[in-house]
Write a protein that binds this ligand. Sequence first.
Ligand SMILES: Nc1ncnc2c1ncn2[C@@H]1O[C@H](COP(=O)(O)OP(=O)(O)OP(=O)(O)O)[C@@H](O)[C@H]1O
Ligand SMILES: [Mg+2]
Length: 470
Amino acid sequence: MKKSIFKRLFITYGITIILGFGILALVLMKLFSQYFIDSKKDLLLEYGQKITQEIAIGLYAGRLDRQTLNEDLRILDKFLDARIWIIDREGTIFGVSGSKEEKYLGQKVDAGALGILYRGRNIIETGNFGGKFKEPVLTVGYPIFYNDEFEGGVLVHASMPGIQKSIRDIYSITVLAITFSGLLAYSILYFQIKRISVPLSEISKAAKIISGGEFQKRLKIKTGDEIEELAKSFNDMAESLEKIEENRRNFIANISHDLRSPMTSIKGFVGGIMDGTIPPEMQGHYLNIVMEECQRLIKMTNELLELNNIQQGKVEVNKTNFELNEMLRRKLINFEKDITKKNIDVMLKFYDDSTIVNADKSMMERIVTNLLDNAVKFTEEEGYISLRTREEKNKVIVEITNTSTNMDDNKLKNMWERFHKGDESRGIYKSGFGLGLSIVKEMIILQGEEIWADRLDGAIKFSFTIDKSK
Ligand SMILES: Nc1ncnc2c1ncn2[C@@H]1O[C@H](COP(=O)(O)OP(=O)(O)OP(=O)(O)O)[C@@H](O)[C@H]1O
Ligand SMILES: [Mg+2]
């Protein structure tokens, strides 16, 4: 059977609480009852002494008559909740504290008890005082000496059941208080544990849902503690999973779409040649188109493989020192044919006659080629392209600018994505698959450099950094 955190914590903490509170209750009750009996004894002893001195001795000195003595004893009886007897030197009870006690008047106390008093000592005992009481009592006795003569004593009896009842009262109050606080502790514990276990099981449920492929599942946990943090990380994870899944879907959709149109035209032209719909004199023309389409497909597959290799970390960066201006010039010349055809104005400006940089040369050539290819491809006829370098601290910044009228911020942001092409309805985009800039970006990142694009008035400017040679 699966153990739940809730059950486990609840049982462990529960046992701890019960044990803790139980031991506390026992100790408290023991202490209370001990304290109660001790203080009762002290009280009786203290008053025994007072009664002896104030009342009994007053009696022998002739200051107090028996009537007043009995009155005083009755008041003390109420106050102490104890029976008080006064005995003479023979041990005969001659003063009592209540009408119920009057039956003892004239009776003699146990000789042993009298002996203790006679020797000047106090009596402290529990029992039924030599058979005088039916129930157990706590007795405190005090001798009376007058003019150094033993005159008798004072006996104070507190009923044990009375004491025990008080102790029991204390017990039940203690037990009640402890049960109540125990229950309170337990219910606080219940909610605290729920606060942990409920979100945890929510997280685990959500994890199951996500592993089942439903990436849009999110958690709403607001506990303000580590669990909320966990839930937040969980949501972040779910979000990246969702993003990866979306990218994967888009990737497949894009690739299928991009494969279909060249395949369809190849199939159409080859089919037309085979069944004779295309006359022999036109075959050369169409075969050329077929060849071009095949080359485009090969280019796309290679670029995809290349991107994959970069992302899997299979491509190594091999930095060397080389002269940048010369490289830029040569790459630009490669596009001379298209530039002349579109009558594009070219501006070239280097901040220094010779700029030695430190980078992976073939990657840099590739980056420049892709950027210039775009610039030439997307610049309208009679437009301009500018290629310049500038210096910033220990970096060289290469800027490639070209006329571009239909750029917006959204396009500027998205063009770095794989398969992102501008307006596809326009013929000039036909030659590309939208992979050029993704390759550029990956290669820049791989070398630890930066690239960004800015929208200027009617133009677009790509800038990237290169390390100067050290
Ligand atoms: N210099 C530029 N001027 C105007 N638009 C540009 C420029 N460079 C890129 N773009 C826009 O960004 C998109 C993505 O560029 P990218 O180089 O990745 O793809 P592509 O050139 O269309 O195809 P490929 O490079 O794979 O042949 C382009 O389709 C275009 O819309
Ligand atoms: Mg391109």
